[in-house]
Design a protein around this ligand. Structure first.
Ligand code: NBP
Length: 475
């Protein structure tokens, strides 16, 4: 065969990725279970590059140079396993299967181990940026063997988004590392959006601003430290008027957020790893809460009295909210990077955290100026205890701190729920506390369960004989 690479699964993502490859000069073999999609792709976009259509998977395999590289872009879960099984029987040692779908990293680890036994490379690649990114340059997070990246890297880096001439693609680490990082990326995206939504809610219901005016506020913010794709599109959405009713669109959209699961996975894994990703967890829970319409109606009916709205917005609210948003965002990212670091240690992935910030600067939904700062922070100190202690972020949070507290106080007074802002502030306060009430928790555990405690002044474990003379024994 003569094709450099192949794509199977030509729905939105797969066909856009295939076009991206072809437009960049790669001869790309294309296949879809239902051949009509393959024909449609070649008919509509054949002129964009060099496509080799294949009716069957054996034809697809035959069309490829060796070692073969086949990207799977089918529905995650069972369909992905079905395609992998079929392909594995057709391939030879050294060939590569790349799963570009949104697989759970544990599935990727399982698949990689199974294919490795057969001498095949399996690369779980997180691909971010939706259909637009797939076509014009996504952020790509490939896992799998270093050897497979030697072959794949040049292709993937060519089709990835570029920022300052650098591709938004790097070998993340072995087996499931790429899909793990993509998962946390999505979790951070949840947190980022929740914080933006809380900012809007505060400016509207404490600040008394209308959606269009709030859109303008976000537009201004987008030229500062908060510059990011999400802040940019927030201005667009808030400024949009519904054609049917003449109302701001945000007022006619049902207030029930949906989710596909990557945020939940991020939190589930964080629980397993023991990493507090409170910002992401609050964002996932806020979406679930919003979707519980019956429960919301029942509780609203039980507490009909609204909080007394302040007569006028607190002085400087807009600027305070900007600070609160920035500081809370630093916390959410710090937590997400902590989770990646913990997984990297647990699974032996050796992930370069600064490189993750680098490849998220373009192509993906959380692309932001901010990420340059994160990269710089990890460049200065790869062992950073938390993003919060990096000089730049520490001083930004220090500057934001009073405003952040004022915003949370104003929200609490007005009855505007800000789980993201509040929990981020609590996380920051907890981490910097001299003493935590965890000491009391340990005392209680020792009282009811003889779970023992450690002391601040002596090594060892101790237990107080609570039901006897309350003397202390060494455990
Ligand atoms: P879908 O997730 O809708 O999957 C449709 C594709 O899967 C079609 O090509 C379909 O073939 C194929 N397929 C199915 Br369904 N069952 C199959 C089976 N048993 N054997 C072979 N092929 C099968 O496509 P998509 O929306 O383009 O997404 C592709 C992947 O990318 C998914 O994993 C998704 O989660 C991920 N994704 C990522 C982003 C992002 O921003 N990164 C966005 C959207 C999707 P058919 O035509 O014959 O039915």
């Amino acid at each position: 065969g003569t094709a450099r690479i192949a794509v199977t699964g030509l729905a939105t993502m797969g066909s856009n990725l295939a076009r991206n490859l072809a437009r960049n000069g790669f001869r790309v073999a294309v296949h879809n279970r239902t051949p009509a999609r393959t024909r449609a792709l070649v008919e509509q976009h054949g002129h964009e590059g060099d496509f080799v259509p294949a009716e069957t998977l054996p034809d697809l395999v035959a069309a490829l140079q060796r070692p073969r590289q086949i990207i799977i872009m089918v529905k995650a879960g069972q369909p992905t396993d079905a395609v992998i099984d079929e392909l594995a029987d057709l391939l030879e040692p050294g060939d590569m299967i790349i799963d570009g779908g949104n697989a759970h990293f544990a599935d990727t680890r399982r698949r990689e181990a199974r294919l490795r036994e057969r001498g095949l490379h399996f690369v779980g690649a997180g691909i971010s940026g939706g259909e637009e990114g797939a076509l014009n340059g996504p952020s790509i997070m490939p896992g799998g063997s270093a050897e497979s990246y030697q072959h794949l890297g040049p292709v993937l880096e060519t089709i990835a988004a570029k920022v300052d001439g650098q591709p938004c693609c790097v070998h993340v680490g072995p087996d499931g590392a790429g899909h793990f990082v993509k998962m946390v990326h999505n979790g951070i995206e949840y947190a980022d959006m929740q914080l933006i939504a809380e900012s809007y809610d505060l400016l509207r219901h404490v600040g008394g601003l209308e959606p269009a005016a709030i859109g303008e506020v976000f537009r201004t913010w987008n030229s500062g430290d908060l510059e990011s794709y999400l802040v940019e599109i927030t201005a667009e959405v808030l400024g949009h008027v519904d054609a049917a009713t003449g109302k701001p669109l945000v007022d006619v959209i049902a207030d029930q957020a949906e989710q596909k699961g990557t945020g939940r996975w991020t939190v589930q894994e964080a629980l397993e790893l023991g990493v507090p990703v409170t910002g992401i967890a609050e964002a996932v829970f806020a979406r679930s809460l919003s979707a519980n319409t019956d429960q919301r109606a029942a509780v609203r009916a039980a507490f009909p009295e609204a909080e007394q709205a302040a007569a006028k917005a607190p002085e400087g609210l807009v600027e305070d909210v900007r600070h609160a948003l920035f500081a809370s965002k630093v916390v959410a990212y710090a937590q997400g990077f902590d989770e990646i670091r913990a997984a990297s240690q647990t699974y032996g992935w050796n992930i370069d955290l600064g490189a993750m910030a680098t490849i998220w600067r373009g192509g993906c939904i959380i692309r932001a100026r901010f990420l340059d700062r994160i990269r710089a922070a990890y460049d200065r100190d790869p062992e950073l205890a938390s993003l919060l202690v990096d000089d730049y972020f520490a001083s930004a949070v220090e500057q934001a701190r009073e405003a952040w507290r004022r915003v949370v106080v104003a929200a609490v007074r007005a009855g505007v729920p800000t789980p993201g802002f509040s929990s981020a502030l609590a996380y920051y306060d907890a981490l910097r506390a001299e003493r935590l009430p965890a000491a009391l928790v340990q005392g209680l555990r020792d009282y009811f369960g003889a779970h023992t405690y450690r002391r601040v002044d002596r090594d060892g474990s101790f237990h107080t004989l609570w039901s006897a003379d309350r003397s202390e024994v060494s455990a």
